[in-house]
Design a protein around this ligand. Structure first.
Ligand code: ADP
Length: 292
């Protein structure tokens, strides 16, 4: 064991005067090959202890990906887990609007602090950093990818049980960045019953599988509309073929989630955390996919 003065070490054991990473030690302690850092050198990642990272992905937009990223965070938060949402949908960020949160995030010399939602969920989105929320982001892929990496590397997420990443739709640059550079436990796929959605969602699933990222499950959103009078399920978008897709691609179905005007209305008001309807109940009852 080598002597350090007031150093902490990335080997996981903080020791005031010594480091037990077992190998040779870095410049901050006089030898090479060690990650020991003194207090001034520590940046956001040194403070972050994130146990699970789950990305929410869809083949195309408008299927409820951001809604389900939010509902997943809300369901986990209600169960007592510490949760954050990284809004990686840089060109179409929805998370601030859904939670009714705006304004610049605080920051210090170590990094940026996530904004907090009403119920204590940590949020980071490009929209917090824009002068106006309707200001478009007109950036090319590499810049967008750089911002996503900054949200991972320069945000002080602190201790989290789950970081939920809301991906942009499709299989472009930004999802690729997340799949390649964030330490993901897996992806949750959101789709809707339309044939087109199913064709494009297969691309998203295959992308994750090709990159060896576990597909934790598929949510079929907007699956049906329960008739307000008799409760009968109306298949607004036609018959679902999600079971077939799941079987063919060897992926589990998390559930078929109904259209619920209350979810849309609360989301529009920035009050998604007030939602207590079927979509949340059903998701909260089926969180086993996270343990895959
Ligand atoms: P995406 O992230 O895939 O683009 P969103 O989560 O932004 O999709 O949802 C698109 C729209 O559909 C939003 O207005 C949202 O409130 C609404 N929505 C999503 N899921 C449902 C649902 N199950 N019932 C009613 N409205 C929904």
């Amino acid at each position: 064991m080598t002597e350090h003065n007031e150093h902490s070490c990335n080997c996981g054991s903080y020791q005031e005067n010594s480091c037990d990473c077992g190998g040779s030690h870095g410049e901050s302690c006089g030898s090479s090959g060690c990650n020991c850092k003194n207090e001034e050198e520590k940046k956001a990642p040194d403070f972050n202890n994130i146990k699970h990272v789950v990305a929410v992905m869809s083949g195309k937009g408008g299927v409820g990906k951001s809604s389900f990223a939010s509902l997943l965070a809300i369901a986990l938060n209600k169960k007592g887990y510490k949760v954050g949402i990284l809004d990686a949908d840089i060109t179409g960020p929805s998370i601030p609007k859904l939670f009714g949160v705006k304004g610049l995030p605080d920051q210090n010399e170590k990094g940026v602090l996530p904004k907090k939602s009403k119920t204590g969920i940590g949020l980071m989105s490009i929209n917090f950093l824009l002068p106006q929320e309707d200001e478009p982001v007109i950036w090319r892929g590499p810049i967008i990818s750089g911002v996503i990496k900054q949200f991972w590397e320069e945000v002080i997420w602190d201790d989290l049980d789950y970081l939920i990443v809301d991906l942009p739709p499709g299989t472009g640059d930004a999802p690729l960045t997340v799949l390649q550079s964030l330490n993901l436990d897996g992806v949750l796929i959101v789709t809707s019953p339309q044939d087109l959605a199913n064709m494009v969602v297969r691309k998203a699933i295959k992308m994750a599988q090709k990159m060896d990222i576990p597909v934790l499950g598929i949510v079929e959103n907007m699956s049906y509309l329960p008739c307000p009078d008799c409760g009968k399920r109306i298949n607004l978008f036609g018959e679902s073929n999600v079971e077939k897709t799941c079987a063919e691609l060897n992926v589990d179905l998390v559930g078929k989630f109904p259209l619920d005007p209350e979810l849309a209305s609360l989301s529009d008001k920035g009050a998604i955390e007030d939602y207590q309807g079927n979509n949340l109940t059903l998701l909260a009852e089926n969180l086993d996919f996270l343990n895959k």
